[in-house]
Ligand binder design. Structure first.
Ligand code: IYR
Length: 227
């Protein structure tokens, strides 16, 4: 790690106002069509698209540029099956008593239940881990922990960029948070400084898939403009 970075000229492409407007509208039109999908086609997806999306997530800003994330890509059917079985075991308990009533009521309109078939059908599962602290070996053969800053914020931003990149590449995603998700550390053999953060099944939507007819809040509801 350098004591101080060299500073270089910013590579910034100033756009004409027309182009700014056009690109902003086009991007909004693209992003507002992203929908969470819970039924996937088993059709394969080119790995290059997954790699490019992870590279895109990897350029996210992060606290002290520590990049506290790890993206574990699973396509192996045996491992996907183990993840499905472990997730379903947890979710079965969640839906049959572990979730408080208020939580179940909030989920009811979505129609979700403990079945997680998508964990096997989606050609890829991207399991995102947050790296709570760095580990550096010391000259005496020991280990030193390096504090990481703004880990949740950093990984959240990277996940947003990941979902955006996958949608832009014409792929469907689901943000899945099996609860608790410690089983992912075991199955994927992650070191103790990595904690499961989000599980993202990726693929093409199943033929004829339907999604709930939800709406998003209007600008006036989500923004407060102070002039
Ligand atoms: N993780 C569970 C429950 C769940 C919770 C929320 I909050 C959702 O928006 C959707 C599902 C599951 O995947 O079923």
């Amino acid at each position: 790690m350098p004591i101080k970075y060299d500073f270089i000229p910013l590579d910034f492409n100033r756009l004409s106002p027309e182009k700014q407007q056009r690109r902003a509208v086009e991007f909004y039109e693209l992003m507002k069509r992203r929908r969470t999908v819970r039924e996937f086609s088993p059709e394969p997806v080119p790995f290059e698209l997954i790699e490019l999306a992870i590279k895109t997530a990897g350029v996210a800003p992060s606290g002290a540029n520590q990049q506290p994330w790890r993206f574990v890509v699973v396509s192996n059917p045996e491992i996907k099956r183990r993840i499905r079985l472990a997730a379903e075991e947890e979710e079965r308990e969640n839906y049959s008593g572990r979730f408080p009533d208020e939580w179940l009521q909030a989920l009811a309109p979505l129609g979700t239940d403990w079945h997680k078939e998508f964990l096997e059908t989606a050609p890829y599962l991207i399991v995102v881990f947050k790296i709570d602290y760095g580990v550096e070996s010391t000259p005496d053969g020991g280990e030193r922990r390096i504090k990481h800053y703004y880990v949740n914020e950093s990984v959240g931003i990277a996940c947003g960029m990941l979902l955006t990149a996958l949608h832009n590449a014409g792929l469907a995603t689901l943000t899945h948070t099996p609860n608790p998700m410690g089983f992912l550390s075991e199955i994927l053999k992650r070191p103790k400084n990595e904690k499961p953060y989000l599980l993202v099944p990726v693929g093409y939507p199943a033929d004829g898939v339907k999604v709930p007819d939800i709406t998003k809040k209007r600008f006036e509801e989500i923004a407060e403009v102070i002039e």
